[in-house]
Ligand binder design. Structure first.
Ligand code: ZN
Length: 345
């Protein structure tokens, strides 16, 4: 059995119209955080950030006592490989745990999807080998390679990049050895307050455009619902599809087991930007509650008890947990230089 997970960084829910994949069901999906490594950690663990411990781009890493999807596949005898393409996903994040190979070998602030595919181990041509492959594409992440910085030019550039990415994924998904695949994103893109004038970006805000992303499930059975899934639901959904043990006590619920839409939690603790408050949100359907140090907004939220239960489980408003990132000073300086290019610092 072969399973390929592709995360397209900064893919917005509205981009789903540019993606056409064989035998795939598409869902809206709520990101746990508009920050790459934080969201990917929730995909990989089925846990919300306060519980997996990776709360920001640096300074945190995945808690050592949580189980990753790669560890689950590896324990079941699968070979496990990952190729990533952005600085937040370097090995210091802890996301390489459970992978036989975790390729984060690039020197610049990113590498394009063609290089990611080139670095990936060649897949078997038939269905005899069990493998899990994770590819992370960073091409849609700002800064955009456009001379004309109008919004139209940016969206045209995004669409052009997506056409190439879609062709590559389509070919990958049609390989005989790929039995199931998932294509999704870590977070969306909204108007980013860091840039002046305001520009497309992500990190601080938890509006719908920042956290709503598409989720394509390729070849999965019995998953369809008319409601949004959550990033924490991806791990248990994959485990149910591949008949693997779901870790006890995770926050996600397999799509196959859901009978109603569930509350989705998101947070943003982008520490360097204290001018904008840290935010947390819960949402379900059209109901939404967003709050921060001095911010409270609400849209049709009626079930406050359910929200209070979720927040009580996830603890206080300040980011805690995590085990440090273990970066040496020169490594930290290098990563911070790359994050500056991406607009975070
Ligand atoms: Zn990202």
């Amino acid at each position: 059995m072969g399973f390929v997970l592709i995360t397209i960084d900064s893919l917005r829910l509205g981009d789903m119209a540019h993606i056409d994949l064989p035998d795939a069901q598409v869902f809206p999906c709520v990101s746990c955080a508009p920050i790459t490594s934080v969201a990917c950690a929730s995909i990989m663990t089925g846990l919300y950030p306060p519980r997996h411990g990776l709360r920001n781009l640096t300074g945190y890493s995945l808690r050592k006592d949580v189980t990753t999807l790669a560890e689950i596949f590896k324990a079941a005898g699968y070979s496990t490989h990952a190729v990533v393409s952005g600085p937040p996903l370097k090995k210091f994040s802890g996301l390489g745990r459970g992978f036989d190979t975790y390729d984060d070998n690039f020197e610049s602030f990113m590498r394009p999807y063609q290089q990611v595919l080139h670095a990936a181990p060649s897949l078997p041509n038939d269905d005899h080998d069990d493998f899990f492959l994770w590819l992370h594409f960073f091409d849609l992440h700002p800064p955009f390679p456009v001379h004309d910085c109008s919004l139209k030019a940016v969206f045209d550039a995004r669409r052009s990049m997506l056409e190439g990415i879609n062709d590559a994924i389509y070919k990958l998904a049609q390989r005989n050895s790929v039995d199931r695949f998932i294509v999704t994103s870590d977070h969306g893109e909204g108007f980013c307050l860091r840039d002046k004038p305001m520009w497309l970006g992500h990190g601080e805000r938890l509006d719908d455009v920042d956290v709503n992303v598409p989720l394509f499930l390729g070849g999965f059975k019995d998953c369809w619902h008319p409601w949004a899934l959550r990033q924490v639901d991806i791990l248990p959904t994959v485990c149910r599809e591949f008949d693997l043990q779901v870790p006890i006590g995770i926050d996600g619920v397999a799509a196959q087991d859901q009978t109603e839409e569930l509350w989705a939690y998101s947070e943003s603790y982008l520490r360097p930007h204290r001018a904008f408050p840290n935010l947390r949100s819960v949402r379900r359907g059209l109901e939404l509650l967003v709050w921060g140090d001095n911010v409270f907004s609400c849209r049709g939220a009626e079930n406050y008890d359910a929200m209070r239960d979720l927040l009580a489980k996830l603890g206080g408003p300040r980011p805690e947990g995590g085990e440090g990132d273990g970066l040496a000073p020169e490594e930290r300086a290098k990563i911070e230089d790359q994050l500056k290019v991406l607009g975070y610092l």
